[in-house]
Write a protein that binds this ligand. Structure first.
Ligand code: CU
Length: 301
């Protein structure tokens, strides 16, 4: 493939959008003006009897076929060219894996680092490989004009380049269940040097539990600050007493280690009253991982 000057996804989409908007505007104006003129010019009160019996005009018909064909082909051309720009991954793009699951995002970088926000270097294209772990989701970043479905069992992708440092909204744009609206995060574009420093920094040992909570998507549904997302907050959870619904019966459960392990392995067994029975079971978590997570949660009073 020939090296080509980089057209950003924003430029590619905006060009097609403004061409189509412009043509539509001109057509709307032309049709409206002609319609108003004809209503006035050929009003029946003024001309009760038709003046002409002509039923066709070769040149008029040819022109009104050729001009719209050119306009439609222009719209097609700009749309097609823009689409190719969105699909053609620049050679120097940095690959990042994005996993979508109910109801959070997990981004994995080349060195194995994982985050819930998507960190990217300013000025370098990123190639985001999209995976859905459970149901259909959709990766949508309006600022970069990229939107692509994440399909279970199939890898899709987008690429984009952030030209300015900043924080950009990232949404799930495919209704994926009760926590869909919470599947919102950001793209954090950092200057290249800052990004490299961030990428290579090792997380503190003390944060291992929090890293696991991020990795498994727990924080997509459970907040750390007491606010309600999909499920109950983790804040002050350890050791607390809650009314739970178990087999349709309300009972009181205290959040000791056994209860919390059961809540991870068989979330439907006891559901805190007032919350949906929405959590999938996590059979793959090792006992060590659960222990690390619970130890970290205990520090969260
Ligand atoms: Cu989703």
């Amino acid at each position: 493939m020939n090296p080509q000057p980089l057209i950003t996804t924003t430029e590619a989409v905006d060009k097609a959008f403004y061409v189509i908007l412009g043509i539509s505007g001109v057509m709307l104006l032309g049709v409206t003006v002609a319609m108003i003129y004809f209503v006035w010019r050929y009003n029946r009160k003024r001309y009760p009897v038709p003046l002409s019996q002509k039923d066709h005009n070769f040149w008029l018909e040819t022109i009104w076929t050729i001009i719209p064909t050119i306009l439609v082909m222009m719209m097609f051309w700009y749309g097609w060219e823009g689409y190719l720009s969105l699909r053609r991954i620049p050679d120097n793009a940095m690959p990042i894996h994005a996993s979508a699951r109910m109801w959070s995002w997990l981004f994995t970088y080349e060195n194995g680092k994982t985050t819930n926000k998507l960190y990217v270097p300013v000025g370098q294209p990123v190639y985001v490989r999209l995976i859905a772990e459970d149901v259909l989701h959709s990766f949508y970043v309006p600022a970069f004009r990229v939107k692509r479905d994440c399909v279970p069992g199939m890898e899709t992708y987008v690429w984009f380049v952030a030209e300015k440092a900043g924080s950009y909204d990232l949404f799930c744009a495919e209704y994926c269940g009760v926590g869909h609206a919470d599947m919102i995060t950001t793209v954090e574009a950092l200057p290249a040097a800052e990004f490299a420093a961030w990428l290579n920094a090792t997380p503190a040992e003390a944060d291992a539990g929090k890293e696991l909570l991020q990795k498994y998507g727990c924080l997509g549904c459970h907040s750390l600050d007491g606010s309600r997302i999909v499920g109950p907050s983790f804040k002050g959870m350890t050791g607390s007493s809650r009314t739970v619904v178990s087999n349709g019966q309300e009972t009181t459960a205290s959040a000791d280690t056994d209860t919390l392990i059961r809540a991870i392995r068989q979330p439907a067994a006891e559901v805190v009253k007032g919350y949906p029975n929405a959590m999938p079971p996590y059979p793959d978590l090792s006992d060590d991982e659960i222990e690390t997570m619970l130890a970290w949660l205990e520090t969260l009073k």
